[in-house]
Design a binder for this molecule. Structure first.
Ligand SMILES: Cc1cc2nc3c(=O)[nH]c(=O)nc-3n(C[C@H](O)[C@H](O)[C@H](O)COP(=O)(O)O)c2cc1C
Length: 480
């Protein structure tokens, strides 16, 4: 029997011969949706009654010193800090604040600190704070542009302050249809990699939970479980996260006219649980050859998704191994590395952590261009990382977790790459071509291109000071 997420995975798989924005012919998939319709561009974030109590967050972010790669590798010993508003402000901005804007004819596009497939940014963050600490008690929605906490509900009952991440399927489905379900988890993993790195480098204890009582968490943050559902929880402190509501929360509005994707709703519901699970293990600390010096805030603000990589450039093996080791610490999902240009390493496909014996040797630039829907970045990168799973062997909750893990690795690859002078971009792919590429009957979850940048983007801004920028367009032609 096919599970709900296995059905979603199959019905949202790309294959040659069908355009990526064309729906598969199946009654479970919306057939008449016009995608990318700027007339009904979803809101960039939720809206609430403006009379709700609001706490502005400090605009100055407390500086940190630890090198980003060492933070990811778990080798730094940061002195524990008190969880106060300034610390929370730093964590929220470096995870999900507005750091850049782009003027488009129909909207000012808001870019957030962490990347998002197609710049759809389908996530919302809430902070649930019980009585008795340095933070204002209540359930708060994080306003990413005003950089403020909007109180939407009464304080939760006992526990550690919790960050709840939700996904809005319409915001990403506007462009990607039902495949946006995958994107929501990818984007959440990407964003959480920055949130956890910000917490770790700031001396805050943070634990990630992907198993939690879905209904209770949905109610805690006033979500409806259809147009908005919970994706992950982070507790800030050593106790279990405070997830039990003491009263109802304001619902707010996710959009003027959100579209439901029944396939996504069914996939999400099928994985719902009633109890809190264990926090994710953080992995043993590991020594990496090259740690760089740039602290997390510098790397986060200097990162972006590189639109053009230098096909003539290469990365040293030392840098490539440092990026990979830091990004994949504690990750058990199989990851493959397609090497194009890493000094002293034969081009080909490798199964991490073995970067000495390719499972498939040879030059694969042209093949990756094709497998990634004729996009230039995976061809021009120095190496491409592919997160995989056997989707047929996953239950509905494990499916969510697999996509989240793939996103977490994507985000960490980004951070480690920029910390060491390289660049990165997430990347989508033709599902049908993966077994042929890897030589194994596995499903791909997410690709990440890592390479030599062709330009340096303007750094993003601090809260209330997003930087206006012009987007570089990717190179699309296949020159092979
Ligand atoms: C999970 C994920 C998948 C992505 N897939 C692609 C892709 O297929 N092609 C591409 O050019 N960029 C891709 N991107 C990059 C996004 O377009 C980029 O993150 C977004 O425009 C925001 O810009 P920024 O990352 O520079 O902040 C992806 C990003 C993420 C996080």
């Amino acid at each position: 029997m096919e599970t709900a997420t296995q059905a979603l995975h199959r019905l949202t798989s790309y294959e040659p011969g069908r355009e990526w924005d064309e729906p598969i012919d199946d009654p479970r998939v919306l057939q008449d949706l016009v995608t990318n319709d700027v007339e009904r561009l979803p809101w960039f974030y939720k809206r609430y009654d403006p009379s709700l109590p609001t706490v502005p967050l400090p605009l100055q972010l407390p500086p940190t010193m630890a090198p980003t790669v060492a933070v990811l590798a778990g080798t730094v010993d940061v002195a524990p800090a008190e969880l106060n508003l300034a610390q929370l402000s730093r964590v929220l901005h470096l995870a999900a604040g507005v750091v850049r804007t782009v003027e488009r004819p129909y909207a000012t596009w808001l870019f957030r600190a962490a990347g998002s497939a197609g710049a759809r940014f389908p996530l919302e963050l809430y902070v649930a704070v019980p009585e008795g600490g340095a933070l204002p008690a209540g359930v708060h929605w994080y306003h990413p542009q005003d950089h403020a906490l909007v109180q939407i509900g009464p304080p939760p009952r006992a526990g550690a302050p919790a960050i709840v991440v939700t996904g809005i399927p319409w915001r990403t489905g506007w462009r990607y249809r039902e495949r946006g379900y995958r994107h929501t988890y990818w984007d959440a993993g990407t964003m959480l990699s920055q949130l956890l790195a910000a917490a770790d480098s700031g001396g805050l204890s943070a634990s990630l939970y992907s198993r939690f009582p879905d209904r209770a968490v949905t109610e805690l943050v006033g979500a409806d479980g259809v147009n908005e559902w919970p994706v992950a929880v982070v507790s800030l402190g050593d106790e279990a996260p405070a997830l039990e509501a003491s009263g109802p929360a304001a619902a707010g509005e996710v959009d003027a006219d959100p579209v439901e994707f029944p396939l996504d709703t069914a996939a999400q519901r099928a994985g719902d649980l009633e109890a809190l699970g264990e926090p994710w293990p953080r992995g043993e600390p590991l020594d990496v050859a090259d740690e760089g010096t740039a602290p997390v805030e510098q790397v986060v603000l200097s990162r972006s998704s590189q639109r053009r990589m230098d096909p003539e450039g290469s990365l040293s093996r030392r840098v490539a191994l440092s990026i990979l080791a830091a990004a994949l610490r504690g990750v058990s999902l199989p990851h493959f590395v397609v090497v194009h240009a890493v000094d002293g390493t034969e081009p080909g496909v490798y199964r991490w952590p073995d970067l000495d014996h390719p499972v498939r040797a040879g030059e694969l630039r042209h093949e990756l261009y094709r497998v990634c829907l004729d996009q230039g970045l995976p061809r021009d990168a120095a190496f491409v990382v592919i997160g995989t799973a056997d989707v047929g062997g996953l239950d509905d909750r494990e499916y969510r977790e697999a996509q989240l893990t793939a996103g977490l690795v994507e985000g960490r690859l980004h951070l480690a790459a920029y910390a060491l002078g390289a660049a990165a971009s997430g990347m989508t792919f033709l599902d049908s071509e993966i077994p042929g590429l890897l030589g194994e009957p596995l499903d791909a979850l997410l690709f990440t291109c890592v390479g030599v940048p062709e330009y340096t983007p303007k750094p993003g801004g601090l809260p209330h000071r997003p930087v206006e920028f012009r987007q570089v367009t990717p190179r699309l032609d296949d020159e092979d």
